[in-house]
Design a protein around this ligand. Structure first.
Ligand code: PLP
Length: 601
C-alpha cells in the first residue's frame, strides 16, 4: 500500500486507495475524477472506537484490475482463450463480501471451497449458476455435496488433491458428468530454502498423475478430467518463483495432451499473487501486469511451440481482491513517553544512598551531556557494565532509581544527538526509547497474522501527518499477553522495529489506522482474553464527500464471549443465585455487566 504525499497530486488514486491529503490527513479514495474521496476522520466522526470499516468499492476495483489485465494481455498475444477469476472463500468468508462479489457478476467469477462447510456457504450464496471448485481434503460427504451442487446446475470441479482420494472420487462420481481437476505438485524440494514457500502441501507428483489418468481411463471416465490446478502458497513475493512454477505446470499440461491425449480445457494457476504491504518495489518484485503477462507469454509461447491448444485460464487470487478493502481504526488510551529525567541533589543526598557507588555513573552522564564523551563503542561498554551490576543486585532500591534514570537518559541523549552510528545499535535504542502507545484493540482479534506469521501491516495516525518533527513509537494492544505488541513497521522504504510518526501538540496522538486487513484476518482472528468482534461498517463513498454507511457487525458484549467458555445465560443466573454472598443489588449490577462491550470504553 502506498501512502505517498508527493505523488498524490496527479496520481492520486490509480491503485492507491489511501493517501495523505494536503492538510496531512488520510483520505480514502475510490475515484478521484468522479470526486469519490473523503477524509477517514469524517467517517468515524463521534463514533465509539475501535471500529472496522470495509469499502466494497475497492473490491470492485480490484476485480476490474485483474480482469482487465488478463484481457489486455490475452489480446496483445492474439489469443482466443478466456480468463476467469475464482474467489477462494477461505480468504474472507464474510457474508457481505461474497454477496458483493457475486452481485451482477459481469466477469463470471466462480468460487472455491476448501471444505464441506465452505461448499455449503457457496451453495447458500450462489443463486445463479457459477463455477465452483472443490479443493481440500475430501470425504464421501464432501463429494456427495459437490454432486448435489452439480445437479442443481453449477459447474462443479472436484480437484484431486491427494492420491488417496482417487478411488473414493471414482467410486462416488460413478457415471455423473461432474468435472474433475488434478492438482499438480510442482517443484522438487528446494534445498537451503528456510521459508520453503516453493513447495506445495497438496497435489499429485508426476508418477501419481500418470497413475491417476490410467485409473480414470480404465473406468472409462477420462473425459471428466478437464482441469489442471496448481497452488504453491499465498503471497509469493518473487516473480521468478512464480515463473519457474508456471513453466513447469504448463509443460505438464502439454505432455499430458501430447502423450496421453488428455483434453484439458482449464489451467488453474491458483493463488500466490502478492500484494504490497510496503512501499512500491521494496518487497514484491512485480505488479499485476507483470504477473498476468508472464502467465500469458509462457502459456502462449510453449503451446505454440508444441502445437497444443491454448486452454482457458483461472486464478484463485483471494488476497489480491480483498486485502486493501478493510481497515481498523482505534483510539490511543495511554502513552508512555520516554524523556530525559531530572536527577535532583535531594535524591543524590539521601542518606540511604552510597554517593561513592553512584558517583562514577553520574560523572559519565555529565560528560556525555557535555559532549565530551562521544565514543559509541566505549559508551556501550559502560552501559553493559551498568546493566550487569544492576542485574546482579549491586544497587539498593533507591540507588536503582538513580541508576535507571542515568541509563535511560544516556540512551535518549546518544540517540537524539546522533552519536550512534551502528545500524543494529540504532534500531535497538530506537525501540528502547520509543514512546509506547497503548491502542484499544487486540492484536490476536484484529491482525492475527502480525503475531502468527510476522506479517507487517501499514499503520498510521489518522491525521496531522504534515508535521516535520518526528517521534519513534511502538504499539501495544490491550490484551494481557506479552506478545500483544507490534514488532515490525513499514517506514518509507524500510521495515523497522519502531513506527515513525509526527510529534503532536500536547503529546496527544490521534486515532491509529491499521490498513490492509481484508485478507485472512477476519477468519484467523481469535478471542484471546475474551476480546470479541469489533463493530464493522460497510461504507460506500459517494461524490463530493458524501457517503452511505451500513453496520454489518455489532461489538461483542461480555455475554457473547462467555458463550465460548460454555457459560450460557442459564448457567450464569443459576450460579449467581446459589451464591449466598450475592444480594439483589449486586446481582443486578453483574447482570448489567453482561451487556457491556469487551473493549475499553
Ligand atoms: N487457492 C488455494 C488452493 C489456496 O490454498 C489459497 C490460500 O493459500 C488460495 C487460493 C489463495 O491464495 P492467495 O492468498 O495468494 O490469494
Amino acid at each position: 500500500m502506498n501512502i505517498n504525499k508527493k505523488k498524490q497530486k496527479n496520481k492520486i488514486c490509480k491503485k492507491k486507495y489511501f493517501y495523505i491529503n494536503k492538510k496531512g490527513n488520510i483520505n480514502v479514495c475510490i475515484n478521484k475524477k468522479k470526486k469519490k474521496y473523503i477524509e477517514l476522520k469524517k467517517l468515524i466522526n463521534k463514533k465509539k472506537l475501535p471500529i472496522k470499516i470495509c469499502f466494497p468499492q475497492i473490491i470492485k476495483n480490484r476485480i476490474k484490475i485483474i480482469n482487465n489485465s488478463f484481457k489486455k494481455n490475452i489480446k496483445l498475444n492474439n489469443l482466443k482463450n478466456k480468463y476467469y477469476l475464482i474467489y477462494p472463500i477461505k480468504v474472507n468468508q464474510e457474508y457481505y463480501l461474497i454477496k458483493y462479489i457475486l452481485k451482477k457478476n459481469k466477469y463470471k467469477i466462480g468460487l472455491e471451497s476448501g471444505s464441506k462447510s465452505e461448499l455449503m456457504v457457496i451453495l447458500i450464496h450462489a443463486k445463479k449458476k457459477i463455477k465452483i471448485l472443490c479443493n481440500g481434503y475430501k470425504d464421501k460427504k464432501y463429494i456427495f455435496l459437490a454432486k448435489i451442487a452439480n445437479k442443481i446446475g453449477h459447474k462443479v470441479y472436484i480437484i484431486i488433491e491427494k492420491f488417496k482420494e482417487i478411488l473414493l472420487i471414482i467410486k462416488y462420481i460413478k457415471k455423473s458428468k461432474i468435472n474433475i481437476g488434478i492438482r499438480v505438485k510442482l517443484n522438487l524440494l528446494e534445498l537451503n530454502n528456510k521459508k520453503n514457500k516453493s513447495q506445495s502441501k497438496f497435489g499429485l507428483n508426476t508418477s501419481q498423475i500418470i497413475n491417476c489418468i490410467k485409473l480414470f481411463k480404465k473406468k472409462k471416465i477420462i473425459n471428466n478430467i478437464n482441469m489442471l490446478h496448481c497452488h504453491i502458497n499465498s503471497q509469493i513475493y518473487d516473480i521468478k518463483i512464480l515463473e519457474k512454477n508456471f513453466t513447469e505446470f504448463i509443460k505438464i499440461y502439454i505432455d499430458l495432451y501430447k502423450i496421453f491425449k488428455i483434453k484439458i480445457k482449464y489451467l488453474d494457476f491458483g493463488g500466490g499473487l502478492a500484494v504490497n504491504y510496503y512501499k512500491k518495489n521494496t518487497y514484491i518484485n512485480y505488479d499485476i501486469n507483470i504477473y498476468t503477462s508472464k502467465i500469458i507469454k509462457i502459456l502462449s509461447s510453449l503451446c505454440k511451440k508444441n502445437k497444443t491448444p491454448i486452454p482457458n485460464i483461472l486464478t484463485e487470487s483471494g488476497r489480491f481482491i480483498t486485502a486493501h478493502h478493510k481497515i481498523l481504526i482505534s483510539n490511543v488510551i495511554n502513552i508512555e513517553n520516554n524523556k530525559i529525567k531530572n536527577i535532583s541533589n535531594k535524591e543524590i543526598n539521601n542518606k540511604n544512598i552510597s554517593k561513592k557507588k553512584i558517583k562514577k555513573y553520574l560523572n559519565l552522564w555529565n560528560k556525555i551531556k557535555k559532549n565530551t564523551y562521544i565514543n559509541e563503542k566505549k559508551i556501550f561498554k559502560k552501559l553493559k557494565k551498568i546493566k550487569k551490576k544492576h542485574q546482579l543486585g549491586k544497587f539498593n532500591i533507591l540507588e536503582k532509581i538513580i541508576i535507571e534514570k542515568i541509563y535511560n537518559n544516556i540512551l535518549i541523549y546518544i540517540s537524539k544527538n546522533k552519536i550512534i552510528k551502528k545500524k543494529k545499535n540504532k534500531q535497538n535504542i530506537n525501540l528502547y526509547i520509543s514512546n509506547k502507545i497503548h491502542v484499544n484493540f487486540s492484536l490476536f482479534q484484529s491482525i492475527p497474522d502480525s503475531w502468527g506469521i510476522k506479517q507487517v501491516f501499514p499503520i498510521l495516525p489518522i491525521k496531522g501527518l504534515n508535521n516535520k518533527k518526528k517521534q519513534h513509537i511502538s504499539i501495544l494492544d490491550i490484551t494481557c499477553d506479552s506478545d500483544g505488541k507490534i514488532n515490525w513497521y513499514t517506514n518509507k522504504k524500510k521495515i523497522k522495529n519502531t513506527l515513525i510518526i509526527p510529534k503532536y501538540k500536547y503529546k496527544k496522538i490521534p486515532e491509529i489506522v491499521f490498513f490492509m486487513i481484508g485478507a485472512y484476518q477476519n477468519i484467523l482472528s481469535n478471542i484471546h482474553n475474551l476480546f470479541g468482534k469489533i463493530k464493522t461498517l460497510i461504507i460506500y463513498i459517494k461524490k463530493n464527500k458524501k457517503f452511505k454507511s451500513l453496520c454489518i457487525n455489532k461489538n461483542d458484549n461480555i455475554l457473547n464471549m462467555l458463550k465460548y467458555t460454555k457459560i450460557n445465560k442459564y448457567k450464569i443466573y443459576s450460579s449467581l443465585k446459589k451464591n449466598k454472598n450475592i444480594n439483589k443489588r449486586i446481582y443486578n449490577i453483574l447482570n448489567k455487566f453482561l451487556k457491556y462491550k469487551t473493549y475499553l470504553e
